[in-house]
Design a protein around this ligand. Sequence first.
Ligand SMILES: Cc1cc2nc3c(=O)[nH]c(=O)nc-3n(C[C@H](O)[C@H](O)[C@H](O)COP(=O)(O)OP(=O)(O)OC[C@H]3O[C@@H](n4cnc5c(N)ncnc54)[C@H](O)[C@@H]3O)c2cc1C
Length: 356
Amino acid sequence: MKHVGIIGAGIVGACIARELARSGCRVSVFEAHEPACGASSRSMGWINASFVTRVDYYEMRIAAIQAHRKLDEDFNGQLETQWTGSLNWEARDDKLEELVDELGRFGHPVKLVTRDELRALEPELADLPPQALLMENEGTVEAGHVTRVMLRAAQDAGAVILAGVPVSGIERGGSAGHAIVSPAGRIEVDDVVIAAGVMSGKLAEACGQKLPMKNEPGVLIETSELPFRLRHTIWSPDLHFKQLPDGRAICGNLFSGAIGDDAVEDVADRMLERMKQRLPSAAVGLKIEKVRHGVRPMPVDSYPAVGRLSNDVYVAVMHSGVTLAPLMGELVAREIADGAEADMLKPFRPGRFNDA
Ligand SMILES: Cc1cc2nc3c(=O)[nH]c(=O)nc-3n(C[C@H](O)[C@H](O)[C@H](O)COP(=O)(O)OP(=O)(O)OC[C@H]3O[C@@H](n4cnc5c(N)ncnc54)[C@H](O)[C@@H]3O)c2cc1C
């Protein structure tokens, strides 16, 4: 039985672990801290294929939405995926029609709705724009929850999760092929997958391969419960938010980018104030329950890096990893377990950085 070591128990590592264990591999997941402690528990969890300009990447993201739908069905609602669709007016008003044309060229299901239609779709929203994009095929999940469910499913299929076990090195050789070095010892495996989020670039470089990253920080707030239900995920120029199944809301700000720890509280308070303006009937008593300060794992050209490094170790790192993880689980497991190369992954190999 092929033994695969996976480094990282975020949503990407967890989905790969489940698929590999189901396909008959022996799987060991090495996690430096707790499962889902990285970007996966600090994410907005928007599942989308919007605003993607490269056709191969668009197709990957559409396939990823389908993979989420299938996973949601397979797990019978346990993942709490919300297929709400989204309303989006992040772009300037005169750009929205251009965007509809751009996305329409890919056949993306998007339409323009007027202010009156918007009011009918989301009666609690204030400060409405003249028009917005409605994207009905999108959803959201809480990625930390999905990660934990995937890891349990992987364990049920025989995987072993080693939490609190930081990997310090990957060595070549031994009878198996590679050895993973950690406080658990030097464990020989047939194959290694680096799914270590923001740390993946460093681990790849230690394997002798360039994998430049431009990891990007972001801040989200979790609020107290809203006194009504929002029907969509909302993307406005200064704020985006969604409601959780338990009634609370998650809210983010595209411009919260590179901020120091000392500024996080200010950014969070300003987001809450804007949220109150957008949802006036929720304003009284609306509170921040938790601040999520995370870092998005992001290869320098913004596209996923998935495939073999020059020393044969496999890497899977990406932004929009919440959208992509269930699809990556399937594709990566097939490549590793069966050796079948996935056409969809070919443009996204980490070797592209060799020429950079
Ligand atoms: C604010 C914010 C908003 C986002 N919004 C969205 C969104 O709306 N939609 C979307 O699709 N994506 C979104 N993302 C991105 C998405 O969250 C990530 O792409 C995804 O969570 C990455 O998952 P991962 O498993 O690769 O990484 P992570 O979840 O970071 O997991 C990596 C794991 O590897 C472990 N690790 C690292 N080094 C080692 C080591 N040496 N040994 C052992 N373990 C190690 C870490 O401890 C960590 O648990 C957002 C991210 C942020 C921060």
